[in-house]
Design a protein around this ligand. Structure first.
Ligand code: SF4
Length: 348
């Protein structure tokens, strides 16, 4: 892992982004923002999953007004996602939004931006400059690489905001194409110290979207780039939060809930390891402790992994050795594997 890039910290409500703070996890509600009750319910569910900052779409004045009620019903900072109409940004802030996301691709009028910046400054509301490949103006896509165009566009906006004496800035440069997003983030990380919000946009359905997100976000985080992340999936947002934590856990950047180490199984195994690992994985969904559990199929790698976990099993022929905190504590017969593991997990 490379050393984390030193970024300037900003505060989004109660959450510090950048400046060495833990990489925070964001998501976006998928309800109609105008339906405050449904939006609150979804955000509360995401809070329980570990979501730390929530973004809501603000397509019209009714949605901007609903932020007032939503804000009262949730505990995490709320960022208003604004496109096309600067007046919605003003209305969202008046309703209590903790942050704004502005798309420089579709709000271009300097006077309008000036009004938003003045209000954001007065309320100490940070602005995310959210450049998205899909909303680059056609003229911006010519003559240079797409990544360079995205960076250029973001930096123009940074210069504009700085010229208005505004520095509560966060930047995102999202693209579906992973190499484009990586190139853009690497480039802007060298140009500015503002914190970066990472994401691979429109990543798709979970099976492929999780992989694209892990590849793109994971590479950047490994290089020390990124202060907050959002995984975008065509799925319930709880999947986005879960995936974001799995990416962070895989890089040892955050801890949350259990980690399951399970071998893929092969011709050496004398038990149904895939079935056992699936049942243990299902059980772990209800466990809220940062513990490591290993389910291993034989003596090749089994004892080593099981010993390194908090609780583990190395299965053999008809029986398996249960490990706890590095020691074999007992041997159990195959029909008792699941029970023995869940008992030991509960006792941790
Ligand atoms: Fe195969 Fe054993 Fe490795 Fe599992 S631990 S994949 S059963 S060799």
């Amino acid at each position: 892992m490379k050393k984390p890039r030193v970024s300037k910290p900003i505060r989004v409500g109660s959450v510090i982004v950048g400046g060495g703070a833990p990489v925070s996890v964001q998501s976006m509600s998928k309800t109609d923002t105008r339906d405050a009750r449904s939006t609150i319910n979804q955000i509360r569910e995401l809070e329980e999953c570990g979501c730390e900052i929530i973004r809501v779409a603000v397509p019209d004045r009714q949605a901007a007004a609903a932020i007032k009620e939503i804000r009262k019903g949730i505990s995490i900072p709320l960022v208003a996602d604004i496109h096309f109409d600067y007046r919605l940004a003003l209305a969202a802030m008046a309703s209590g939004a903790d942050g704004l996301r502005l798309n420089p691709g579709n709000i271009r009028d300097k006077q309008q931006i000036k009004k938003v910046v003045a209000a954001a400054k007065a309320r100490e509301v940070p602005i995310r400059i959210g450049v998205n490949f899909g909303s680059l103006p056609p003229g911006k896509k010519t003559g240079r690489s797409i990544a360079a165009c995205m960076v250029n566009m973001a930096m123009e906006q940074v210069d504009l905001l700085e010229s208005m004496d505004f520095g509560l800035i966060k930047i995102a440069l999202k693209a579906f194409d992973v190499p484009t997003a990586i190139e853009a983030y690497r480039s802007i990380a060298r140009k500015t110290a503002y914190p970066l919000h990472l994401g691979i946009t429109e990543a798709g359905l979970p099976r492929t979207g999780i992989i694209r997100s892990a590849a793109g976000i994971g590479i950047l985080l490994y290089e020390g780039i990124g202060d907050t992340i959002r995984v975008s999936l065509s799925a319930h947002p709880r999947e986005e939060v879960f995936t974001a934590y799995e990416i962070l856990k895989s890089l040892n950047l955050r801890q949350r809930g259990p980690v399951l180490i399970s071998c893929p199984s092969c011709g050496r195994s004398e038990s149904d390891i895939v079935g056992l690992a699936t049942k243990v994985g299902n059980y772990l969904q209800s466990v809220n402790k940062p513990v490591k559990i290993a389910v291993m199929g034989c003596v090749v790698n089994g004892p080593g992994e099981a010993r390194a976990a908090d609780v583990g099993i190395a299965c053999g022929k008809g029986k398996g050795a249960i490990f706890k905190k590095g020691r074999v504590i007992r041997s159990v017969k195959e029909s008792d594997y699941l029970r023995a593991l869940t008992d030991e997990i509960d006792s941790l």
